[in-house]
Design a protein around this ligand. Structure first.
Ligand SMILES: *[C@@H]1O[C@H](CO)[C@@H](O)[C@H](O)[C@H]1NC(C)=O
Ligand SMILES: *[C@@H]1O[C@H](CO)[C@@H](O)[C@H](O)[C@H]1NC(C)=O
Ligand SMILES: *[C@@H]1O[C@H](CO)[C@@H](O)[C@H](O)[C@H]1NC(C)=O
Ligand SMILES: *[C@@H]1O[C@H](CO)[C@@H](O)[C@H](O)[C@H]1NC(C)=O
Ligand SMILES: *[C@@H]1O[C@H](CO)[C@@H](O)[C@H](O)[C@H]1NC(C)=O
Ligand SMILES: *[C@@H]1O[C@H](CO)[C@@H](O)[C@H](O)[C@H]1NC(C)=O
Ligand SMILES: *[C@@H]1O[C@H](CO)[C@@H](O)[C@H](O)[C@H]1NC(C)=O
Length: 453
């Protein structure tokens, strides 16, 4: 079914790794200001039954472990950006759940036998792509509008993904809307997933009249509505899936990351009403250790764990929620695998310096595997998703996106802080090699999603 990765990755000196982590950290910090995208067409927020009470949720939950926790201690104080640890100890080895339960009647949705949509190559095709024009999308984020911000070439818009053993069904905006009729499609995750959400809106909005569409920015949840189809396309900011001190979509530039590995309900109570869910989580776990504050910890003692270990706990909590609460028969869930970064040009052009800045062509070598792909993370994702018996469909965009060193904004996006002349004179030093220009790579992720709906 899924193709195994036989590709070997190169060795990179420790200094590269340290540099990589620093760059990621600095770019994620820049995120603080991307809330500007929410400042479009504000509408009164609809507060319907969706915001159900946390406590009620908690009591209804069939998990014996949480039930136990609850009966002994009052519900924990919700984490926010002012939360702190009274002290920090080493991770104790505590797990969230011992097993992931899977309902037996649940439907299984694999890709058709013999078709691996995710192994293939990029084909230059300026007749079929881009699927929309940057300037025609009124909701476009200044973080992703590369042409508007001075990118001299449009080449990154013209690539089509061609799987080796099959053809993708052609993107059809009418057909997509029909699939979404009467439904809520929700993206849940970090800024990469927000990029995919924005791509989806840009792909779809042209087919509905401007006066029959609206966007409702809320703190955490942003909702695009299309009246004609009674459908919504939503984005929920939940960068580590579980509850954390970074759940403010705007202000999360924090010296330490604190999360509650056993608390998924802050976010699940919002996403549980969606019909189609698209999850991701990755880069937030690549910034060094995180702190765990368990729900039954009353004196504020945190446990410190490395990012990967934290990710595994968070994904287990998520998988447990999915296995015990998600209606796989009538709904669909997707997990988008890690989105690779391109911080080291020497990886695709040995002996050179720099990063994705000025790159205009995809990588053509199919055996390419950059250090922006963290293999241990891939293994954790594989493990957790396997325990869900493949019922969550994997959008395995990692390798195909790894070829697209040309697809990042680099310096062609809005930067919220003022850049000094010295910084400006070294474009590579502030290039964004994490996110993706639109139209571009994220549109193709959505074309892949379209194949499974
Ligand atoms: C994604 O694809 C890679 C490369 O083919 C593979 O190693 C990995 O196991 C896949 N991940 C999942 C979750 O299927
Ligand atoms: C949760 O606790 C209540 C009372 O403390 C008990 O009646 C109930 O059976 C427990 N539920 C589970 C799933 O363990
Ligand atoms: C954050 O939580 C603390 C309790 O831990 C509370 O006193 C404070 O008002 C909260 N701050 C915000 C901005 O919500
Ligand atoms: C497509 O690309 C070809 C080759 O670069 C070029 O000759 C042609 O003018 C392009 N067509 C469009 C519509 O951009
Ligand atoms: C983009 O705009 C150009 C010229 O304004 C037009 O020819 C082209 O068809 C548009 N493409 C799409 C996908 O709407
Ligand atoms: C797109 O889908 C609609 C509705 O399913 C169909 O009527 C139309 O023919 C399709 N268009 C193309 C170009 O395939
Ligand atoms: C719109 O969709 C919702 C489900 O998302 C459904 O409950 C409602 O009845 C629909 N309304 C109409 C007018 O079809």
């Amino acid at each position: 079914m899924m193709q195994k990765c036989q590709k070997k990755r190169g060795q990179f000196p420790l200094i590269s790794v340290v540099l990589f982590v620093l760059i990621i950290f600095s770019i994620l910090c820049i995120e603080i200001n991307i809330h500007k995208i929410h400042q479009i067409q504000p509408q009164p927020a609809h507060t319907d039954q969706r915001q159900s009470s946390f406590d009620q949720e908690f009591l209804l939950r069939p998990s014996a472990l949480l039930n136990q926790t609850l009966s002994k201690t009052p519900p924990p104080v919700p984490l926010n950006k002012s939360s702190t640890c009274s002290s920090t100890v080493k991770y104790s080895g505590r797990r969230v759940f011992s097993t992931v339960r899977t309902p037996e009647h649940a439907g299984r949705r694999d890709q058709p036998e013999g078709f691996d949509l995710f192994s293939g190559k990029w084909v230059f095709d300026n007749t079929s792509h881009p699927l929309y024009n940057e300037s025609d999308c009124p909701f476009m984020s200044d973080q992703l509008a590369c042409h508007k911000h001075g990118r001299p070439d449009n080449d990154y818009q013209y690539w089509r993904w061609q799987p080796h053993n099959c053809n993708l069904k052609r993107w059809n905006v009418t057909e997509m809307w029909e699939k979404l009729r009467g439904k809520r499609l929700m993206f849940v995750g970090d800024s990469l997933n927000r990029g995919q959400w924005m791509s989806m809106i840009c792909l779809l909005q042209s087919a509905v009249p401007a006066n029959k569409q609206s966007i409702t920015p809320q703190a955490q949840l942003t909702i695009f509505r299309a009246e004609e189809y009674n459908a919504t396309i939503e984005f929920l900011w939940a960068p580590v899936l579980v509850e954390s001190n970074s759940d403010d979509p705007v202000d999360h530039r924090l010296p330490e990351r604190i999360l509650r590995p056993d608390s998924i309900l802050r976010h699940a109570s919002q996403w549980k009403h969606a019909d189609i869910l698209v999850f991701n989580t990755y880069l937030w776990w690549r910034q060094g250790p995180v702190k765990l504050l368990w729900s039954d910890e009353v004196s504020g003692v945190c446990e410190e764990i490395d990012g990967l270990g934290g990710m595994e706990l968070a994904m287990e909590a998520w998988a447990d929620w999915m296995a015990s609460n998600f209606d796989f028969l009538n709904k669909q869930a997707f997990f988008v695998t890690m989105s690779p970064t391109h911080h080291f040009k020497e990886e695709w052009e040995p002996g050179s310096e720099g990063n994705c800045y000025n790159e205009r062509q995809p990588i053509t070598s199919e055996s390419y595997l950059g250090s922006g792909i963290h293999l241990p993370t891939m293994q954790v994702v594989d493990k957790v998703l396997t325990r869900l018996s493949s019922k969550v469909v994997v959008l395995n965009i990692t390798l195909l996106s790894d070829y697209r060193k040309d697809g990042h904004p680099s310096i062609y996006r809005k930067f919220w802080e003022t850049l000094s002349p010295e910084t400006l004179s070294k474009p590579a030093s502030y290039s964004d090699c994490i996110h993706w220009c639109l139209p571009g790579v994220s549109d193709v992720w959505n074309e892949l999603l379209f194949q499974f709906l």
